[in-house]
Ligand binder design. Structure first.
Ligand code: ZN
Length: 230
């Protein structure tokens, strides 16, 4: 079965590239602010690691309300684009976000069925290799099997605000937690502390907010301990 990895330039898909033994990768430029720097990072990584990269442009400039963080149907656009390049489409999701509508196991099954039907019976599969791992565990796998946490940081980009690392958005925050709990990411401490999210999350973790979930609560408390040690 032909395969393609939906590659965003972020930590998750970069790790998946290694985990899946370097499949062809596809970057879909949706015309979002964050896509500009992402595309650059993707180019760079593809040159550095000789990736078999395809970039397509699918600008969503006609979407009336555009939020980088919550773009409804985002993954549907991506898997649809992916279906033109391969039959197995790797979409990276992690444990802890499987309740989101376009990252859930149900979405994977339904998208597979729908694409198979739209492609007149050619079997299309939307799947993810990391449904049983958190981001922290994914980074741990990378560090154990592929490279250093600094290499991972330098080869990836995450920010919702279209910067390299703003320290204020939830994507930067999640990346920082995953790097920090794997021995890296110290260079971002100051930006993160200034950014304000750490304070908010710490408060919620200390109150054991059930919406955060036990795993994230533990992660946030652990990263606070690391900060105190320095
Ligand atoms: Zn950011």
């Amino acid at each position: 079965m032909s395969e393609v990895l939906l590659y965003s330039g972020g930590v998750d898909s970069f790790i998946a590239y290694w985990y899946l033994n370097r499949p062809p990768v596809l970057f879909v430029d949706l015309g979002l602010k964050s896509n500009v720097l992402e595309k650059e990072a993707v180019w760079e990584a593809s040159r550095k690691y000789s990736m078999n990269l395809t970039i397509v442009s699918l600008p969503l400039i006609w979407v009336p309300v555009m939020s980088e963080m919550e773009l409804p149907c985002r993954n549907m656009y991506l898997v649809l684009a992916g279906s033109h390049f391969a039959d197995r489409i790797w979409l990276i999701v992690q444990r802890g976000e499987l309740n989101l509508s376009d990252r859930s196991p149900t979405f994977m099954v339904m998208a597979s069925e729908m694409l198979t039907q739209l492609w007149n019976g050619t079997k299309k599969e939307v799947c993810s290799p990391f449904v049983d791992r958190t981001k922290v565990e994914m980074v741990q796998w990378y560090v154990d099997n592929v490279g250093t946490v600094d290499e991972l940081d330098q080869s990836t980009i995450c920010c919702y605000r279209g910067k390299v690392f703003c320290g204020e958005c939830s994507a930067c925050f999640r990346k920082w937690v995953a790097l920090r709990l794997n021995g890296g990411g110290r260079q971002y401490d100051e930006l993160i502390v200034k950014g304000g999210l750490l304070e908010q999350y710490t408060k919620r973790a200390e109150e054991r907010d059930p919406k955060l979930g036990t795993e994230r609560i533990e992660e946030i408390l652990a990263v606070n301990e690391l900060l105190m040690i320095g």
